[in-house]
Design a protein around this ligand. Structure first.
Ligand SMILES: Nc1nc2c(ncn2[C@@H]2O[C@H](COP(=O)(O)OP(=O)(O)O)[C@@H](O)[C@H]2O)c(=O)[nH]1
Ligand SMILES: Nc1ncnc2c1ncn2[C@@H]1O[C@H](COP(=O)(O)OP(=O)(O)O)[C@@H](O)[C@H]1O
Length: 192
């Protein structure tokens, strides 16, 4: 069996990564598995442990770093986020195409470790619209919103590291473009 692809979906907080991912993940032809990350952030209302994230303590997270259990990790606005390596390998060995929805520092680490990963960067139609989306979501207090926005312009500078750039103006169109990119890569892999 062919090993599954590794797909990185990144972009600033609030750009719509989660929204788009939920649309294209439903396409069975993509044969996708979403990698659930570990984080020290507190769960938001409605978030489930083991589904949205594995919610953990700083102590446990630092133990996972020391034990080499993470494919990548980063500290983002005061919390750790990381990808458990074992699960990614297991899913890819089963032939699943594994999707990582991660911020830019982690994406850089994955690109260095796995140069054949398919990297996709989502950009907003404008920075004003990005701000509207982060605020409109109402999941973070003002102080954290400010920190995330301040980070966003630096994150946008990492755009050059990505193979594909998709603008999230209409989420349906953005999801369709990503579907097209992944399907083409699946086809290329099959013809190898
Ligand atoms: N490096 C890294 N970033 C992650 C991981 N999981 C989530 N993130 C990113 O961390 C940032 C903050 O995530 P979160 O607090 O859930 O906010 P949201 O993604 O903006 O709703 C986002 O850019 C996520 O894509 C991970 O495993 N590793
Ligand atoms: N194309 C879009 N147009 C308008 N609002 C959007 C669009 N895509 C996402 N949103 C909204 O923006 C907010 C942030 O989206 P989300 O998917 O949580 O972003 P991320 O996962 O990148 O942090 C949400 O309230 C979402 O409904």
């Amino acid at each position: 069996m062919k090993r599954g692809l590794l797909i990185i979906l990144s972009g600033p907080s609030g750009v719509g990564k989660g929204t788009i991912r939920k649309i294209f993940s439903e396409d069975e032809r993509l044969n996708l598995a979403y990698s659930t990350s570990m984080t020290t952030r507190k769960p938001r209302e409605g978030e489930q442990d083991g589904v949205d994230y594995f919610f953990t303590t700083r102590e446990e997270f630092e133990k996972a770093i020391e034990n080499g259990e993470l494919l990548e990790y980063a500290e983002f606005v005061g919390n750790y986020y990381g990808t458990p390596l074992k699960e990614v390998n297991r899913l890819r060995d089963e032939g699943k195409n594994v999707l990582l929805e991660i911020e830019v520092q982690g994406a850089t680490q994955v690109q260095q470790k796995c140069p054949d990963a398919i990297s996709i960067f989502i950009v907003p139609p404008s920075m004003e619209e990005l701000e509207r989306r982060i605020r409109g979501r109402r999941t973070e207090p003002e102080e954290i919103v400010q920190q995330r926005l301040a980070k966003a312009s630096n994150e946008m500078k990492m755009v050059y590291q990505y193979k594909y750039i998709v603008c999230n103006d209409d989420p349906q169109l953005a999801a369709e473009l990503i579907e097209t990119i992944i399907l083409r890569h699946i086809e290329l892999e099959e013809n190898k």
